[in-house]
Design a protein around this ligand. Sequence first.
Ligand SMILES: NC(=O)c1ccc[n+]([C@@H]2O[C@H](COP(=O)([O-])OP(=O)(O)OC[C@H]3O[C@@H](n4cnc5c(N)ncnc54)[C@H](OP(=O)(O)O)[C@@H]3O)[C@@H](O)[C@H]2O)c1
Length: 280
Amino acid sequence: MTDKTVLVLGGTGKTGRRLVDQLQERGANVRAASRSGRTRFDWDDRNTWEPALQGVDAAYLVDMQDKPGTWDAEKHIRELAALAVESKVRRLVLLQARVTEPVGGKSLIAGEQAVKDSGAEWTVLRPNWFNQNFDEGVLLDGVKDGELRLPAGDGREPFVDAADVAAVAAVALLEDGHAGETYELSGPRALTLDEAAGEITAAIGRDVRYVSVPHGEYVEELVQYEVPADYALFVADLVAQIRDNKNAVPTDTVRRVLGREPRDFSDFVADAAARGAWNL
Ligand SMILES: NC(=O)c1ccc[n+]([C@@H]2O[C@H](COP(=O)([O-])OP(=O)(O)OC[C@H]3O[C@@H](n4cnc5c(N)ncnc54)[C@H](OP(=O)(O)O)[C@@H]3O)[C@@H](O)[C@H]2O)c1
């Protein structure tokens, strides 16, 4: 048990929501923060930053790298981290991504130097694609439509469970020994999109096909659905990281930090199917 007060940005999101639950189970006083969260925090409204940080011991930072339009992650995180240190927040855990090359002209690790320079104790998390993209994120509609059209070729991705990312974040926020670490977080095995679709098909008894589409065609399709062009390119570039096997090798970080295996994609699929996540 702990008497720490922890601010969780993205507190309604995939990792944040799970982190809030895990921190509460460990007795922490938790502030779940976002635009619609119990604690109001809006990256676009500076007036919300200071109140959210007051009296906080440690903070989990989630930025908005996938926002269409201009978003200067480095600048925003630098400013927030400085305010956090001024507000006597001692520890910062930053969620970034296991994507080191720019995608759609954006860097998904742009905030890292800012927390390193802040003067707070810092830990950086770089996860692979989350399992939860299939049941609560960008891939949900495709699964329900029975066709996942993506420019991922036959590339492999060791999808990681958002609950495992949250569990590592909880440890880094509450326990000593993780300051100065950059944790690359993956699931236990790398799957192709075809294999992932096959596992979901078997679990729900309805056909979900993976169709590999060329990068340019995918961008055009998204734009036809009125997705902003810059966001379409961002997503296509991100998926192309899978196609090119950029981050396909599983890491042992979840096991090293938590002392247990990361959750397997099959367990995630079985649970999501049992919950009716893909019911029509
Ligand atoms: N999805 C993945 O597979 C994956 C993998 C690796 C890394 N990441 C990184 O994880 C981060 C979160 O991505 P996600 O897809 O998992 O999203 P998410 O956390 O499920 O959802 C985004 C969260 O941010 C909050 N938010 C949105 N706009 C905001 C704003 N203007 N001010 C404050 N909070 C705001 C949302 O709550 P409200 O709507 O209530 O504000 C929500 O809690 C991103 O930085 C992404 O790069 C994601």
